[in-house]
Structure formats: C-alpha cells, structure tokens
Design a protein around this ligand. Structure first.
Ligand code: EPZ
Length: 416
C-alpha cells in the first residue's frame, strides 16, 4: 500500500520536465513485435504499466532491456501468440497486443480485458474491425481466439473514435494485403506517435490525427530508434496542481497543443498561461474562478483523463462549474473522497456540479483509480493541514516519481 502524505499550503515554483507518455509507449511496445530488427525507445516512463507490457513481450519470446528511460526490444525471437491470463489481468490495455500478434503470427489468444474502475470497457469495436480485416475471432470459454491466415485490406468505419480499436486496426492492417482505410479513427497525439513509429519499422501509414488513416502493405526496414512523446495528461496534472496551489512553474519538453483544452479552462479560471514551442509557463495566485461547463470528448476535445485533476483544481474556485463526463460511465468515483476534504460536489449521473468552497481541510482518502488518485493529491496541495492518500498502486501506474516532481517545485509531499 502506497501512502502519499501531503501538507497543503505551499506555492509551487520552478521548472519540471514532463515524463514520456504512458499511452504512447504502450501501443508502441506492442508494435515492436512487428519490427524486423531491434527497436530502441527513449523517453519511456518508468511505470508499473510499462513493466507489465515488457513482461508480456518477454513472455511472447522477445528480448527486452530497460535502462532508465531507454527500452530495447528485439522481437526476432517471437515464438508465442498467447498472452497468459495473469498478465492480461495486470493491465487491461494489453488488448492492443491482439492486433500486433495477428499481424506477426497470424493468431492471438488472450482473455477479455474485462472492466475496470472506470466502467465495462468493452472491446466490441476492436473485434468487429479485426473481422472486417478477415480475422476469425471466436470468444470461447473466457478466451478470445483470433486467427487470420491472410488479412486483407478493406475500408473500416468506427462508430466511435475508440483509441484502442484504432491502434489495433493500425497494427493488424500492417500485415494485410492491399490498403486499409480506417474512417472515424481516434485523433489523439498517441495515434500520431504510433504512426511515426510504425513508419520507421517499414510500415506505410498516413493520415493519423485526421480521423481517416490509410495503412498500406509494409516494406522492410532497419533497426529503429524512437523517442516517445511527452505525457499530455501528466502535463495537465502538473498544470492543475499549480492552479490549485498557486505559484509559477514551467513545464518543459511538452507540446502545449497536446493539452490545449486543459490550458483553455485554466486560463478561464484565472491562470496566466504563456505557451512556448516546447513547453508552457503557468502562473496562478491560487484564487480561481469557476469556468461554467466542462464536457469530456474524444481528442481534440477536453480529455476524460484530465477531468478528475481539473475538477480537483476547481474545488475552491469562486462560483459553480458543471462537469459532464461523456466517455466513461464511472469516472466520478473520486468525488466521495474529495468531499472528505470539504468539497461541495453534487452528482447526477454523468454530471457533477462543483460549488466553490472557501477552504478545504486535510483528511485520509483512498485512491479509487489512476486519475482519481492524482486528483486527491492535487486537492491535498490546496487543503489546510495534512492529507493522506492510501493507494494500492494506482497512481504509480501512470505517474513516474510524482512525489519528487512536486517536491522539487516546493510542495510538501512524501510517498511512504
Ligand atoms: C485509452 O483507453 C486510454 N488508455 C485511456 O487512458 C483514455 O481514457 C481513453 O483512451 C480515452 O481517451 C490507453 O491509451 C492505454 P477507448 P481505451 O477505446 O483505448 C468505449 C488512462 O488513464 N468502447 O477510446 O480503452 C469504452 O467503453 C487511461 O491512462 C466501446 O464501447 O479508450 C469507453 O466508454 C484510462 N467499445 C469509450 O469507448 C470498444 O470496443 C472510450 O474507449 C472500445 C471502446
């Protein structure tokens, strides 16, 4: 059990380099199965989810090595196409190995990822798309078995821009005969990052970020070296921490464009935002105003992953903010915990109404999930007294050394 001990009241000051993106690294680690030669990835964050993905790669027969934020993968020895149940349980987003295994081995066997704290998390769009490519997908006895002697290019239309389904199509279609056109695709920066990596491995993918992605038959390629983009949700978390605590920080090595909707609301709330090419400077007096209505949407809309941390930053904002969650059915689980700090949040299904309070006071909280846990740390920074967040490892799934990063900026925080 991790205990995050925060004493609120300190302002944040200084510069912080934003870690590499978890959600860009994971699909690229799966895509490494397709690389004909070894891959060296840099700026890979040290996280529990990355460790889980590397365990899966080794289980499939890959050789992996990790030194600091550099990861080396040689997939020439891939011999298996089965992901053991216990590894699937560790990380539901392992479902993106399905498309890569289909392309590399012509088959994939894994257990359904199942729901998580955020909701059911179905993968019907993934399976329907893979069948469109000619895969035979059977769900039997609690296992998903996919087979495809030869995948063939086709047109696929996603009814919802699912990030994972987009990634699985991109990975599987690299082995299809003929071109695949994927319409209604997710447009997240992590999708563009996957395209960039795949093209370095000899694939021919274009259009990522536009909503329509074209995947042609691949060519051969040499060894690959690829730098993972910065984590826009970690950047959003640090920005919300600054807004809540007050002070002035600079976030380095991250593109402001990748979290522009978060910056938009922080500016509306009263923060000064100065965007540069590879970073952003933010200033806040800690006295924020409510921002009206926030609605989570697929990229380039406001990201659902930043909703908990922005909500936490607005708990003392003057006025009322309405938050509508449209992506996950269970993304307000952190609300009862935030109320223990004195927050005034009213829930009505997928809507949360935040009425700003004068003060928040420290309390003992239980982390509910990755971003919910981060929201409790953000709120604790602006609460009077000490806040303890009891956490079964959720936060370290997505945040590399968050306690150190915040402490370096002047926060009184310790991970025990
Ligand atoms: C990715 O999850 C991210 N995870 C999530 O981040 C992020 O919240 C999410 O995209 C939305 O941006 C990774 O990249 C590893 P989706 P993913 O498929 O791919 C429904 C974090 O905190 N859906 O876009 O699972 C689904 O139920 C994590 O880092 C179907 O109905 O998201 C959900 O309501 C949390 N059928 C919505 O779409 C499907 O086949 C979004 O899902 C697939 C999805």
């Amino acid at each position: 059990m991790d205990i995050w001990r925060i004493r609120g009241g300190n302002r944040l000051n200084g510069a912080c380099r934003v870690q590499g993106s978890k959600n860009a690294s994971l699909p690229i680690l799966a895509a490494a199965i397709l690389a004909p030669k070894e891959s060296t990835l840099t700026n890979v964050p040290r996280l529990r989810d990355i460790d889980a993905a590397l365990r899966i790669l080794r289980c499939l027969g890959c050789e992996t090595d990790q030194r600091g934020n550099e990861v080396y993968i040689n997939a020439s020895g891939v011999t298996r196409s089965v992901i053991p149940h216990e590894l699937m349980l560790e990380m539901r987003s392992s479902v993106i190995f399905m498309g890569a295994l289909l392309a590399r081995c012509g088959e994939a066997r894994l257990s359904p990822p199942g729901g998580c704290q955020l909701g059911k998390r179905p993968i019907d769009l993934h399976l329907k798309a893979l069948r469109r490519l000619g895969a035979e997908v059977v769900e039997q006895g609690g296992e998903i078995v996919c087979r495809a002697e030869n995948l063939r290019g086709t047109e696929i239309v996603l009814p919802f821009p699912s990030v994972g389904a987009t990634e699985n199509v991109m990975l599987a279609a690299t082995a299809a005969k003929g071109e695949t056109v994927l319409r209604g695709a997710a447009r997240e920066p992590e999708i563009v990052a996957l395209q960039d990596y795949l093209n370095k491995t000899g694939c021919r993918v274009r259009g990522a970020g536009s909503g329509t992605i074209y995947i042609a038959e691949r060519r051969s390629a040499d060894a690959v070296r690829h730098r993972v983009i910065a984590d826009r949700i970690v950047a959003a978390t640090m920005a919300c921490a600054l807004a809540a605590a007050g002070g002035e920080i600079e976030l380095l090595d991250v593109s402001p464009r990748h979290f522009s909707t978060v910056l938009h609301f922080l500016k509306q709330a009263g923060c000064d935002i100065m965007c540069q090419n590879r970073g952003v400077r933010l200033r806040s007096d800690g006295k924020l105003r409510a921002v009206g209505e926030i609605r989570t949407e697929p990229y380039p809309g406001f990201p659902t992953d930043a909703q908990p941390v922005l909500t936490a930053a607005l708990l003392k904002a003057k006025g009322t903010t309405l938050v509508r969650e449209t992506i996950f059915e269970n993304r307000f689980r952190q609300v009862p915990e935030l109320r223990r700090l004195g927050a005034d949040i009213r829930l009505d299904g997928q809507r949360a109404e935040i009425r700003g309070v004068e003060r928040l006071h420290g309390a003992v909280l239980n982390a509910t999930d990755l971003r919910g846990g981060a929201s409790m740390i953000v709120a604790g920074l602006s609460a009077e007294g000490e806040t303890l967040v009891r956490d079964e490892g959720h936060i370290r799934r997505g945040y590399e050394a968050l306690d150190q990063r915040l402490a370096e900026l002047g926060a009184e925080i310790r991970l025990e």
